[in-house]
Design a protein around this ligand. Sequence first.
Ligand code: C2E
Ligand code: CA
Ligand code: CA
Length: 811
Amino acid sequence: MGAAETPFHEAPPANGGASLLKKAGDWARNRLLLAAASAVMLGTFLYAPGVVSAFDKTWSALRMLSIQSSPSEDLLIVKIDTRSLRAAGVWPWPRERYATAINNLRDAGADLIAFDVDFSAASNTADDTLLKEAIDARPGSVVMPTFVQRDGDFENKPLETIANTAIFGGVNVSLDADGKVRTYHRGYWAGDRYQQSMGGVLAGAAYGDTSSFLLDYGVRLDEIDRISFEDIYRGDFNDSLVRGRHVLIGATALELGDTFVTPNSPAMPGVFVHALGYENLLSGRTLLQLSRPIIIGIGLLALVLMWPRQGPIDMRQLATMHGLVLVSVILLPFGVQMIAPVSLDLGVVIFAQALSGWAAVRQEMNRRSAEIVRQREDHLSFIAMHDAENGLPNRRAMLQRIDEQLALHRPENVHVIVLGVDRFATLRGAIGYARTTEVVQQCATYLQSGIEGAEVFYLSTSVFGLLFAGGESPAGEWVRSGLPEFDTRFDDANYNIDLILRSGGASADFEGADGEQLLERASVALDEARQSGRSHVAFRDIKNPDPRVQLALVSDIGRGLELGEFSVVYQPKRSTRDSSITGAEALLRWKHLELGAIRPDRFIPVAEETGAIGRLTRWSLEKAIEDQAYLRDMGVSMTISVNLSARLLSDQRFCEETIGLIWRKKADICLEITETAVIDNPRQAMASIAAFKDAAVKISIDDYGAGLSSLMYMKQISANELKLDRALFDQIRTSRRDQTIVRSTVALAHSLGMTVVAEGIEDEATKQIVTELGCDLIQGYCVSKPMQVTDLAVFVASRSKPRQQANVGAA
Ligand code: C2E
Ligand code: CA
Ligand code: CA
């Protein structure tokens, strides 16, 4: 239908605020990415032994377990095992045993004979001589261990007297931070002497090469031939086991304690570590690792590639992407290591993935809750601007539209005609609500399409409003003498309805015309038409327009003020953080001489309607300022909030006087305003709010969530406080959706620098929830009912005493 096409369901422009917010969002996003990038660098640099490397090490150990290879057949290990220890009966052994072993091995055709046994101390001369002779028998065929002490340069070397024709092999093993052996050195410098490692000597590493590599534990060590020392000593072995091979002799008996922790084993004898180093060197499986800068580079690249882009995120797609990346990070190093001796340690990618995944989920969650709030607001602002029953744009929409048109056109070209349906109640009684609504809708459609240039609104039950703007239409003429005749019969199978329409018209060609006044004039004209039984009346033709002022009530309120029937009570706001009382709201009370107490809900609307609200508010403000001074004298200082009616916010003179008053008294006042004030007259309201803020008067947005609520306005107003109406908490205990709305609203309000007050909280459970949802202050019966200022002073004073005393007082 035509009328619904008018643009009133659209959100008001908020471009300045929105783009600023977007910029802030971009900035925050970039900052987050920067923080994540720093985290990756830190993660790889400083905390290498942490999460990232834990993954890398575990995965590398698993790779080695599954990518296995056979050892060369060039090595024989001679075990100093429990059996040979028992046979000898003493430890350290007489060196005669080693001499005999060397001779036996050599006789059997061994190539190099290497010892991982300590020979640095002298034993008895006879034995030492035997050993020396065995070594010297073929110079350069025996490798003796040398060991640099951990704490310094001191080197445990075999005695010169025994070993001057032996080769030295370093048996130092470097341990990782976790105490495990992962790397092996080809050699090292001991002072100015180059020393090959044991594995390096056996494999013939190049002189001066001190590089290290990742030990590949995938070599099947159990396939290396081994034999007990005892058998060698006794010559009880097959020569073929020894011929042409290097022989490595070392302790395997656990009781000798010469073991290391490796990624795959809790106790590997040192001799096997050297055997593994030798095998790796021999087969070229000395695993290369990526250098730190490359790893960081990969991490950063992964981070940038996976970092969430702006806009909605498809969670399933996100999960798929992360799944794929995860699988490739796990499989790729596996494939690479199978074909080349490279250990690709990509834990950093997983680290980057976790960071960007977290960022993506966070971004999407925020977007979703913002979306829920936006949808709800769109809905609310639609409701605010449309009739609930027939969906036509309503009176508020028309007021806004008139003001828009007045800003665009010359006032004499803006016209309003108000159309009333006669005997509407009778019609409704006859055909029912539903059918009546349909008729109203049909009528609106007709007016929209059949009357040139008309924008159609539904002002109240049975009253349409037509707005014309611009010079082209004959609307000026219609305002004077009524709309052209049109067919007012709406037929269908059952009914034949002929509407009787009357109209009143007004043009904006008067001093200070605005939406309210123009509509008021047209309505007065319609009333006149009804009363005088004419079908159309133009406002300018009315002789004595009835100002329709409720004089009786105005004088009643005025009289009440003079007789002191009004008073102000205060309701405290309590901090959820530390339970302190930070402020109180001033609430008017009227004790009518004859009628008794009249609730503000009843007299405030009347005061607003009749204009008495200005006096009333002025009075309560003065009272609040006076009471604030009293409280200060009592040692209690707090902000006092005063309610400001929507109507007064667009009253420039009132606002100026209010600022003057607050300024003169140096009062700490917060003005509570509802959003309707802003929606109905945004320009003037914004100007007043800006003036208040300039004068250091605080602004609070009242009743947020009760009716129309738009965060759009919140952004524009930049108020100090947002009061969430109790309507938002009705179902808070059971509704996840309501919780989301409150949480998101609180988050947005906080990001705009506002304090959030939860209003009308009565019970502990709700208080608990709103506290958890992030509300800063609570106002409601669970804190206190509104009270006299003297009671407020006592209330605050008793609460600031130590807890125990306060409890006693309350009991
Ligand atoms: P409001 O500004 O939303 O004020 C809060 C109302 O909720 C007060 O009602 C207060 O007594 C009530 N209330 C507070 N805690 C609870 C609670 O836990 N449960 C329930 N059920 N109600 C709670 P009150 O005093 O009757 O005022 C009603 C409305 O009248 C106010 O709503 C405000 O819009 C208006 N009003 C009151 N004083 C003034 C005034 O000086 N100037 C103007 N313009 N409006 C006023
Ligand atoms: Ca209030
Ligand atoms: Ca309120």
